[in-house]
Each structure stands twice: as structure tokens, then as C-alpha cells.
Design a protein around this ligand. Structure first.
Ligand code: ATP
Ligand code: MG
Length: 560
């Protein structure tokens, strides 16, 4: 029932309009986009928006999309991240084919081009410290100050830059800066740093380099080398575009890409920043990058979110030019919608309460038929066992029910789904006064769940046979933050202490374990659940992907 192929979808937005016009009017012959992650963390759902946009456009307009690692800062980048990013892009349903690139592949060319800038008087070596450079950059209302090293001779600049490369100077001793305009109204044009000294081992180039290009210098030139036509990035780079264009203009680049900016994805109750996500992992607030509470793609995957639900969500929110915050409820809606369509139905009892059917013969078991998917007859039927000892959900019983409680209570009749009507006669309690077992009777004439005399019941409940169900651990996840707009600078205070609840003596249908499927299922009346990678046939573990209804927002509102 699940289709993992991504079909080209004809959604339109301002970027697609630009692309279509460039093709129609012959400004571009083939569309080339790229997704350029820095391998300093795992991808999150914000990245999914960029991935879907870049790969989506390439598919829809018969172009290609590159995966390019923007690996210019060896102090923060790791092979683990390179591997996870590739796995996550594939999982999301996109493929770069043979177009896998690294900015570090271009280090030599970028270096040669930097020498060209120096020779043309467009770059200089600055001996000021990072702090001095920051202090002399000026403000939005005040021009910056020229560096005392700005007028160095070309020969001296070349000599110093070569010695920077050769590793003669310590970290931070010098930088290479573009020579543009310290009085520019755009701070990005006030002699931006192109190269810094960094004695660090790079995951790909090892110890070959002692200097590394800045993002601004590496990015546009990498785009040009790869023949990218539409370099799509988030809005915070809008003010960098004049620098992007300035560099392309000054250098003998083989092609002229154009940068376009769109609004990044923000979600309520969620922080989408690799810095914060890294701190959540390092600080032990979550179990890892793939903790199901994380908005990382690895976390969403482990939680059981189908990639099609993420693609559907991204499509639904569209691409705009103004920043906004999307209600996380919208993502949840898309997850439910997809899982409702695809997930097989099963029964599980999360907090079991024992039920003894006193008039059912001891030692007898019978098999009843249950549908696998109410909207998909092709999904077929399965057998579930019924016997004298059953489990029902603890919450489905009340000894002294309020008026509108229609589920099981003494004297009240209910339907057990796919099985029989039952009635409760007696309640067994432990010494603490807690209900531990119910004594019930069933009506054999109601097999399949209907009474021949036409009498009705107001509740249908899920249940499992005690003998033929399996114990399981179930992990219930809630939002990681209680604040709809968590404070990125100080998120600890906004963490939800109830983001994980572990139910260690739940019961599930044995068929779920026997199938060994890793597909999400719906536990009827509970929500969607998926086996966790920790799960084994001996110790099944399920994660709740999402409940059937949106209760979180209401709970938060109620707590005030
Ligand atoms: P973060 O802000 O999470 O640290 P980043 O921008 O530093 O992310 P990159 O690896 O540089 O991470 O991102 C790769 C691409 O994904 C960039 O083009 C970036 O614009 C895009 N991207 C990052 N976050 C979002 C987001 N929330 N919504 C849309 N696109 C995003
Ligand atoms: Mg970035």
C-alpha cells in the first residue's frame, strides 16, 4: 500500500515560476540545483523543506540536483554526519545519482582563484585579530574602518597568503579578506573574510590544508564549478547575495549561477537549529540524534513517521518569501493522514486490566476474524484469539462512572470488538483498594459483535486474550517542549518533563511480533505505533508515532 516513489507534483511557487520562466525564455537550457548541507549535525525537518524544493524542482523540470557537502569547517564536521545525511536524504525519497560532491573537492581551485583576487588587487592579507576585525566592521548606521594592512603590496599579500597555506602561522594570526568597501551599506561587503588559518584535520583532506575558505567564498564558487543554475537558500542569505555576485564577477568561473532565497521552516513546539539539536544530544536531554522526540529526520524515522507524510507536509506548507511559523499540528495532521491510509489495524492494550469471562469454558479458545484495514479490503483479515481470560484497557472501566461514561462499569453491557457483548458483575481489588480484575459474563449469541434481538450497546472496546497476547514495552512520546515558541538561547526551561512515558507491561497481538515487520500499525483507539530498533521477538518495543487525535494542544492549554 505504501508507495515510496516520489512523483513529480505540480505545485507552484515563486521559485518554480522563476525556473519555468528561465526555461521558457531560453535563459537556461537545463536546470541544476543542489542541496548543500554542512556535515556538522544530522538533518532536521527544516532541511527536508530545502531537500524537497531542490530535488523536487530538478525532477519536475527534468534537471538534476546535486548533493554537496559544504565541508569547510573541519573543527565541527564529522564522517558520522556525512553518512547520516546521505542516509536521510535517501530515506526521504530523493536521489542524487552520481552527483555527490564536496566543497573540499574544490579547495585547490578555490585557492588558485584566491590568488587571482590578490593579483587583481581584490583581496589582501589582514594581520588583525578576529576581534579587531569585528570591532572595525562598523554598524548598520556607521561605516567600518579600513584595516591598517589593507594597502599591502600584491607581492607581500601573495607571499603571506602562500605562507598561510604552508602552515607557517598559528590559528587566527591572519586572514585573507576581499577588498571591497568598508563603507558599504551592506555589512557583508565590508571586506569579508575569505580564508582563515585553521590547523585542524579535515574528514576528507586530512592535514593537507592549514587554511580553509569561508562559507561565502566557497559556496558560490562551488555552485559555479558544478554548473548550478538556481542556488536556492534560506532568507538569511539574502544580504549575502551581493557578495555572492561580486565574487562570481571577479573570478574566471565556468558558469553563472543565481541565488534565490525562500523562507525557512519554523514549527511550533520545536527548535530547528543544529546547534540546539547538538546540545540536546550532548547534554543528554534526549537519547541521541535519532531519539523519537527529535525533529531530526533520523528521529522522525525512528518514531515511525513515513517519509511520504513529510513530503506531503512540505508540499502543503508551500514555499514563500516571508518567514512564518507553522503549527506542528499541521505536521501531525499529515502524519495521521498518511498512516490512516497505510497502517494495518491491530489491537494492543497499553494499561491492561484483567477480565474473567465466568461463563466461558475454562481452557477453551476460539479464533475470531478481524479486518486489517477498514478502507482496504485487499489488506484482508486476521485471526484473533478469544478465551476466558482477557485484558481490556484500564481506562475503559470505571467502578462508579459519571453520567456520560458508556464504557465498562458494573451492570453495563459493552461490545468487545470483533467478539461478543460482555457485562461486568464483580470487581476484584487488591489490599490497596485498586481494581485488579473484573468478573464478567458474555452473551454467546452476540458473536461477531451484534445481538440477534437488536439490542444496542454504546461502547465498543479493544481487548486481547490473556493467553494469546504478548507482553510489550510501549514508549509514548509527547512534544519535547511545552512552550509553543521555545527559547533557543535557553531551551532547558522549556523542556517537557513528560515528553516520554514508558509502559512496560502492555499487551499486543502476537501476529505483530511474528510478522517481524518494521511498518507502523494502528493500535485501534490508541494511535499509530512502530517497532523500535531496540525491539526483539523476546522483548517487543513499540514507539507511539502519534495519537489518533490532537490532544497535546488542549492539554497544554488546560495546564495554563
Ligand atoms: P541550522 O540552522 O539547523 O544549523 P544550517 O542552515 O546551518 O541549519 P546547513 O547544513 O547549512 O544547515 O543547511 C543546508 C541547507 O538547508 C541550507 O540551504 C539551508 O538554507 C537549509 N535549511 C536549514 N534549515 C532550514 C529550515 N529550517 N528550513 C528550510 N531550509 C533550511
Ligand atoms: Mg548553514
Amino acid at each position: 500500500m505504501t508507495t515510496e516513489t516520489v512523483t513529480a507534483e505540480a505545485g507552484r511557487d515563486f521559485i518554480r515560476d522563476i525556473v519555468a520562466a528561465d526555461l521558457d525564455q531560453g535563459r537556461r537550457k537545463q536546470i541544476v540545483t543542489r542541496f548543500p548541507p554542512e556535515p556538522n549535525g544530522y538533518l532536521h525537518i527544516g532541511h527536508a523543506k530545502s531537500i524537497a524544493l531542490n530535488f523536487g524542482i530538478a525532477q519536475e523540470f527534468a534537471g538534476r540536483c546535486h548533493l554537496r557537502f559544504d565541508d569547510t569547517n573541519p573543527t565541527k564536521e564529522e564522517q558520522e554526519y556525512i553518512d547520516s545525511i546521505q542516509a536521510d536524504v535517501h530515506w526521504l525519497g530523493y536521489d542524487w545519482g552520481s552527483n555527490l560532491f564536496y566543497a573540499s573537492d574544490y579547495f585547490e581551485r578555490l585557492y588558485e582563484w584566491a590568488e587571482i583576487l590578490i593579483r587583481n588587487g581584490d583581496a589582501y592579507v589582514d594581520d588583525q585579530s578576529q576581534e579587531q576585525i569585528r570591532l572595525t566592521r562598523g554598524t548598520l548606521t556607521e561605516a567600518g574602518k579600513n584595516s591598517p594592512f589593507r594597502e599591502r603590496s600584491i607581492a607581500e599579500n601573495l607571499d603571506l597568503f602562500r605562507r598561510m597555506r604552508a602552515g607557517e602561522f598559528p590559528n587566527g594570526a591572519r586572514v585573507l579578506r576581499a577588498k571591497i568597501d568598508m563603507a558599504s551599506g551592506n555589512i557583508n561587503l565590508r571586506d569579508p573574510v575569505l580564508y582563515r588559518i585553521l590547523h585542524a584535520t579535515h574528514p576528507r583532506t586530512g592535514d593537507k590544508w592549514s587554511i580553509y575558505p569561508s562559507y561565502d567564498y566557497a559556496h558560490g564558487q562551488s555552485d559555479a564549478i558544478e554548473g548550478i543554475t538556481h542556488s536556492i537558500c534560506t532568507l538569511e542569505f539574502e544580504d549575502h547575495r551581493p557578495l555572492y555576485d561580486w565574487l562570481l564577477d571577479k573570478l574566471p568561473v565556468p558558469s553563472k549561477p543565481h541565488q534565490y532565497e525562500f523562507a525557512r521552516l519554523n514549527l511550533t513546539y520545536t527548535l530547528l537549529s543544529k546547534r540546539v539539536l547538538t546540545e540536546l544530544v550532548r547534554g543528554g536531554h534526549v537519547a541521541g540524534w535519532d531519539d523519537p522526540r527529535m525533529p531530526s529526520l533520523a528521529g522522525l524515522k525512528r518514531r515511525g513517521v513515513p517519509p511520504a507524510a513529510i513530503r506531503g507536509f512540505i508540499k502543503r506548507i508551500g514555499v514563500a518569501k516571508a518567514n512564518s511559523v507553522v503549527d506542528v499540528g499541521m505536521l501531525e495532521f499529515c502524519i495521521r493522514e498518511e498512516l490512516n491510509r497505510t497502517a494495518l489495524r491491530r489491537m494492543a492494550v497499553l494499561r491492561p486490566l484483567k477480565v474473567m469471562i465466568e461463563n466461558y469454558p475454562e481452557g477453551q479458545l476460539e479464533e475470531l476474524e478481524a479486518v486489517n484495514h477498514p478502507d482496504d479490503p485487499a489488506a484482508g483479515m486476521r485471526k484473533i484469539a478469544f478465551g476466558r481470560e482477557l485484558f481490556i484497557e484500564h481506562d475503559d472501566f470505571m467502578e462508579n462512572p459519571p453520567k456520560k461514561f458508556f464504557r465498562l462499569s458494573p451492570g453495563n453491557e459493552v461490545r468487545l470488538r470483533y467478539a461478543y457483548f460482555i457485562k461486568c458483575h464483580d470487581v476484584v481489588k487488591n489490599t490497596a483498594g485498586e481494581v485488579v480484575e473484573l468478573r464478567c459474563t458474555y452473551d454467546p449469541a452476540t458473536k461477531g459483535g451484534n445481538a440477534p434481538d437488536g439490542r444496542k450497546v454504546k461502547a465498543t472496546m479493544h481487548w486481547l486474550s490473556a493467553a494469546k497476547s504478548r507482553p510489550a514495552e510501549i514508549r509514548l512520546y509527547n512534544q519535547l517542549f511545552t512552550n509553543p515558541s521555545p527559547d533557543a538561547a535557553n531551551f532547558a526551561g522549556d523542556l517537557n518533563p513528560q515528553s516520554l512515558e514508558i509502559l512496560s507491561d502492555a499487551r499486543i497481538e502476537p501476529a505483530i511480533v511474528e510478522a517481524r515487520s518494521r511498518e507502523p500499525v494502528q493500535f485501534e483507539r490508541q494511535g499509530y505505533f512502530v517497532p523500535d530498533p531496540d525491539s526483539t521477538p523476546e522483548h517487543p518495543v513499540f514507539n507511539r508515532t502519534i495519537g489518533l487525535r490532537d490532544t497535546f494542544a488542549k492539554e497544554v492549554a488546560a495546564k495554563g
